[in-house]
Design a protein around this ligand. Structure first.
Ligand code: COA
Length: 184
C-alpha cells in the first residue's frame, strides 16, 4: 500500500512529529499516570514502563494496522501522542482519531491545536477518507471539549459499549465530515 509520509506539523503551542527512540523517557514520564490511563483503551499499559515507551517509539509512524502516529512535542519533549487510523475494506472512508497528553500540559490548548492540525492533514492527504471519528468515554468532558472545539459533532451515544478496568462503560462518539469543497 502506498501510504503518505507522516510530516512534521507546526502549531503555535506544539509541534507534531514522528517519534524516535530518544523520545522514550519523556513519553514514559507523561504516559505513566492513572489520570491518563483511565481515559484510554483497555490495552494502554499500566504502569507505563520505559520498555513500553521504547516499544511504542520503535514501531514506526505509519502502517496499515496502526495508521499515522505523531508525538506531541513541547519544547522538543514528547508530552503526548495523536493518531489517525483509517478503517479497511468497504469502511476505508472512515478513520479513527485518538489522542492523549500528559497531565502537566492539560488545559493549555495543546491537544485541540494538535487535533486541528491532524484533521486538516487528513483531509489534505487521505483522499479516500470522508469521515473522522473519535470514540470517547462518556465521562470524559475534556476530550469531548477538544473534539467540539475542532468542529467535530456528537453523532452517537454508545451505551454499554466497552469494558474498561473490568467494568462495562458508556461511550459517546464524535465525528467530523470532509468539507464539501474537498469531496472526491
Ligand atoms: C482530554 C485531554 C486530551 C484534553 O487535552 P488538553 O490539551 O487539556 O485540551 P485543551 O487545552 O486543548 O482544551 C480544549 C478545550 O477543552 C476544555 N477542557 C479540557 N479539559 C477539560 C476537562 N477536564 N473538563 C472540561 N473541559 C475541559 C478546555 O477548557 C478547552 O475549552 P475552551 O477552549 O472552551 O476553554 C487531556 O486531558 C488528556 O489527554 N486526558 C487523558 C487522556 C484522554 O482523555 N485522552 C482522550 C481519549 S478519547
Amino acid at each position: 500500500m502506498n501510504l503518505p509520509e507522516v510530516p512534521v506539523l507546526h502549531g503555535a503551542r506544539c509541534v507534531l512529529r514522528p517519534l524516535t527512540l530518544e523520545d522514550a523517557p519523556s513519553l514514559q514520564r507523561n504516559a505513566d499516570d492513572d489520570a491518563v490511563w483511565r481515559n484510554l483503551f483497555e490495552g494502554f499499559p499500566r504502569p507505563y514502563t520505559l520498555a513500553d515507551a521504547q516499544g511504542w517509539c520503535s514501531v514506526g509512524c505509519r502502517s496499515a494496522t496502526m495508521g499515522y502516529v505523531w508525538g506531541i512535542a513541547v519544547e522538543n519533549q514528547i508530552v503526548g501522542c495523536i493518531a489517525v487510523r483509517p478503517d479497511s475494506g468497504w469502511l476505508r472512508c472512515n478513520a479513527e482519531v485518538g489522542y492523549w497528553i500528559g497531565q502537566d500540559f492539560w488545559r493549555r490548548g495543546i491537544t485541540s491545536e494538535a487535533l486541528g492540525l491532524v484533521t486538516a492533514w487528513a483531509w489534505a492527504n487521505l483522499p479516500e477518507v470522508t469521515r473522522l471519528y473519535a470514540p470517547i468515554f462518556s465521562w470524559n468532558q475534556g476530550s469531548q471539549a477538544v473534539a467540539r472545539k475542532c468542529g467535530y459533532f456528537l453523532e452517537a451515544d454508545l451505551r454499554h459499549s466497552a469494558i474498561k478496568d473490568g467494568r462495562v462503560i458508556d461511550r459517546v462518539q464524535w465525528a467530523s465530515l470532509r468539507p464539501e469543497a474537498l469531496l472526491p
